[in-house]
Structure formats: C-alpha cells, structure tokens
Design a protein around this ligand. Structure first.
Ligand code: FAD
Length: 447
C-alpha cells in the first residue's frame, strides 16, 4: 500500500485529503460517477505538482487531474483507485495590460480573467457557458469553446505559452512558437499527456459596443436557414446561439424569462465592435436575414434586457434538471449545411428510444448539444446507446463526435468509428511517448 500518510505529512494535511467524505466528493464530474480515489491532493505550486506526480509514479498509482469538474464527458473522474490532483488552490493570476497578456495558474476560474482584465479595457474571449465555474486548466485540456467562439476562436487560439509537468515529474516551459507546435498538440489532450500548471493567455481589447437580438421561428429549419443566410450576407456575429422548442419551454417553465413558448426554435445574437454604426448595421443585416425566414424579432433595448436574454440562454442546463434529474449532454459538430437534417434525425432518434430530448448549441460553428433527459428508473445503457446513435448521425453527416466537451470516458468507444486505425495507432504512440507508464488519466480518450 503506498504511503499516502507520508505524502500528507510532507505537503501538509490540508493539502492531502484521505478521509472518505472528501474522496467520495471527488469521484464525479458534472454528469459522470467514477471510482472513489485513494487521496485528493490540492497542490498550490508547480513544485508541489512535481512532488505529487513523482509520488504517484513511484507508487505506481494513476493520477487524475481535476479542475472544477464541470466537464461533461467524464474526463476528470477516476477510472481506477488512484490520486485526484485538484488544481483549485492554484489561483494566482496576473494581468499585464501593456502586453495584453494574462499569466494564470491553472486553477483560476475562467470568468476571473475577464473580470480582472476589465479595468484595463481588456477581456479574455473564450466563454464556455460554464465560465463562472470552469478552470483555465480544464479549458486548456478540453480546448473549450463557447458562444463567442464563432467569431473569436476557441481556447487554443488564446494560449501564448504554457508550463506543464510531464509524467516523469519534469517541468517544461513550452513557448507558443517553437520548432513544433507542441502547445497545439497538448491543448485538448484531456489530462492524458501532461499536467498544465501555468499558462500565458492573450487578451483582447473590449469591444466598445454590443447589440443583442432574439429571434423566434416557427420551425427549426427556418432558424437554421436564417442563420446561414445572415452569414452568407456577410454578418459575423459575436455570438449566434440556437435553442429548440424543448429548451425554450423548459427555460420558461422553470424561470419565466418571457420567451415565446409557441416558437419552434430561437436564435440569440450579439454583434459587437468599436464603431457603433457598424455594430447597428450588422444587427440590422442579421434582423433582415432572419425576417426573410419569418422570424419574430425582439431587439434588446438596453444592456439589462440583453443580459436577461443571455441569462435565459445560460438557464437551459439548470431548467432541464427540473424536467428529469439526470441528463446526458451530447456534443457534436456538423457542417452548417447539414444542421437541419441532423436536428431532425436526432429528434426522431429521441422519440424512437422513448427519451425526452432537447437540442441547443453554437449554431455558427455547427456545434449542437442534444441533451437526453432521464430519471432513476430509466435504463442507462439505453441512454448511452442513444448517445452512440447520435454520434453516428454526426459522422454520417461529415461531422465530428465532439465539438468542445471532449472524448473523455463517455465517447471513448466512439473514437474507433471517428478516426481510422492508422490514426488511432498514431494517437496511441503519442500517449506512449508522453506517458510510457500510463499514469495520466488512464482509461480515457483512447479506445
Ligand atoms: C452548464 C455547463 C455548460 C457548459 N458549457 C460549455 C461550453 O459552452 N463550452 C465548452 O467547451 N464546455 C462547456 N461545458 C463543459 C466544461 O465546463 C468544459 O469542458 C470545461 O473546460 C471544463 O473545465 P473544468 O475546470 O471543470 O475541468 P474538469 O471537468 O475538472 O476536467 C476536464 C478535463 O480536463 C482535465 N484537466 C483539468 N485540469 C487540467 C490540468 N491542469 N492539466 C491537465 N488536464 C487537466 C481533466 O483531467 C479532465 O480530463 C459546460 C459544462 C456545464 C456543466
């Protein structure tokens, strides 16, 4: 038995939790339950991360890195008895306004970066809907996206440099530009190749003006066609979000934001920029394109109304919890031209399997989140069968099995259908090169 008490004595008992309650709490992410870990360790510095990695390596224990555990693919849950390395106390954050950079330890919560940058007229664009809880480390490991990513890009587009600890416990300072794009390789590696410890992030000037509108459509196909039309006409909205009727009704039933429950679908749009007239003009262009597809348009009159509309969007996940206690949040991305066909196929699958299913997503990127809702009496194996069928619909449409939530545990089995055997073997070789002993996040990502 590895001497975890010795590790606790060395790092301090406040940083190494061995009691059952703490360990049980760290077996979950947002929707998945894993094994109870042997210990939960809260390092505060890179040096302490190195110590934990070396300890795990010497003891032959697997290591599961965990940020806020808001992940939706089971990425952070232990698959075997091992150590959970929780980054929540790695929260140092410095803003360099002149260089427009932030240097963050990985336990920094995503929203803090923009909050701290705001007094300097700067912000950090990647905005997963979970941004008030997710950590920068989790965002890097999943290459998280969000509503703004259609125009502004995903997490990886903002990582300038990173410090990582490898599976041997060595520290690497990885620059953004080197002989190889190592950072590009590590971002999105889901805790399976290295432990991120610190990161330098690019900040952007805050746009001076933002305008918001909500549009309600009779049918999903009208909303999808309208979104394509607006883009074809030259609009590049800062945010472009889709909600189906099930989402609209769930949000209204739970919180009553005044959305049109008779609508078959809703689009929520922000335009932004420094030139107010251009921002208005772009919103008008979007409104015209939507009106051409029969939309009823609601322009936000002020920032408070815009905020309320975005609150309604963020309320989707909590609202779904009122319908059924559990949900499996699928995450696919398909070519925009295939979106209508895919939405219909998935709706039909939900009906065929007999589960309530709603769909929303970042429609500009073709990123869709079909959510399967279920309860304690339901057959979980059937829920996963339905998720697999949804992934197949994405692949048949020329899409991918994950848009932003990662493969993790949930989609491991689907990966073999998503990439060819030679590529899969290259992924395995990569894993062996970075982590020969299979210490980091075993049982994830690779089938
Ligand atoms: C309501 C809700 C809305 C969401 N909306 C979005 C969205 O719009 N866009 C989106 O992309 N995601 C979204 N997510 C999913 C999730 O929030 C993101 O995947 C997020 O990036 C996870 O961050 P985390 O800190 O919670 O990571 P965790 O869940 O703790 O971990 C996720 C993965 O990252 C690894 N990891 C964590 N920290 C490190 C590190 N320092 N080094 C190496 N590996 C690490 C873990 O091992 C695990 O594999 C949403 C989730 C919820 C619950």
């Amino acid at each position: 038995m590895p001497n975890l008490r010795a590790l606790a004595a060395e790092l301090g008992e406040a940083k190494v939790k061995l009691d059952l309650a703490d360990r049980v709490l760290h077996r979950y992410d947002a929707i998945t339950e894993g094994k109870i870990p042997l210990a939960v360790v809260y390092p505060e510095t890179t040096k302490e991360v190195v110590r934990v990695v070396r300890f795990a390596r010497e003891a032959g224990l697997p290591l599961f890195v965990r940020g806020a555990a808001s992940g939706l693919s089971g990425g952070a849950v232990p698959t075997e008895e091992g150590i959970v390395l929780a980054t929540n106390r790695m929260t140092r954050l410095e803003i360099d306004p002149k260089a427009r950079l932030a240097r963050a330890q990985v336990g920094v919560v995503t929203a803090w970066v923009s909050e701290r940058a705001k007094p300097f007229g700067l912000y950090y664009p990647p905005d997963p809907a979970s941004f008030k809880m997710s950590t920068i480390g989790g965002n890097l490991a999943e290459n998280a996206g969000g509503p703004q990513c259609f125009k502004k890009g995903v997490t990886g587009d903002y990582v300038v440099a990173a410090q990582v600890v490898d599976a041997e416990g060595r520290v690497h300072e990885i620059p953004g530009r080197a002989a190889h794009d190592v950072l590009g390789l590590l971002v999105g590696s889901e805790g399976t190749l290295v432990v991120f410890t610190e990161v330098t992030l690019r900040l952007e000037p805050l746009p001076r003006h933002t305008r918001t509108l909500a549009a309600f459509f009779e049918r999903v196909e009208d909303a999808a066609a309208a979104a394509f039309e607006a883009i074809r006409w030259g609009a590049m909205p800062a945010k472009l979000e889709f909600l189906d009727q099930g989402c609209i009704r769930a949000v209204e039933a739970a919180f009553g934001y005044g959305l049109d429950t008779g609508a078959g679908a809703m689009l929520l749009v922000d335009t932004d920029g420094d030139d107010e007239a251009l921002v208005e003009e772009e919103l008008e262009l979007v409104a015209d394109a939507f009106a051409a597809h029969g939309a009823r348009i609601q322009r936000a009159r002020d920032a408070a109304e815009a905020d309320r509309l975005w609150q309604a969007r963020r309320a989707v996940s909590p609202a779904l919890g009122r319908i059924k206690p559990y949900k499996l949040n699928e995450d696919i991305a398909v070519p925009r031209s295939k979106l209508v066909e895919v939405v219909h196929k998935i709706r039909d699958l939900g009906e065929a399997f007999g589960f309530p299913l709603v769909q929303f997503g970042h429609i500009g990127d073709g990123n869709l989140h079909p959510n399967i809702l279920y309860g304690p009496g339901d057959d979980v194996a059937r829920v996963h069968e339905l998720a697999h069928a949804i992934a197949r619909v994405a692949l048949e449409a020329g899409g991918v099995i994950t848009g932003e939530h990662g493969v993790g545990l949930l989609k491991r089995a689907f990966l073999a259908e998503a990439v060819d055997e030679a590529t899969l073997e290259a992924f395995r070789a990569l894993k062996r090169a970075f982590d020969p002993a299979g210490l980091l996040n075993p049982g994830k990502l690779l089938p």
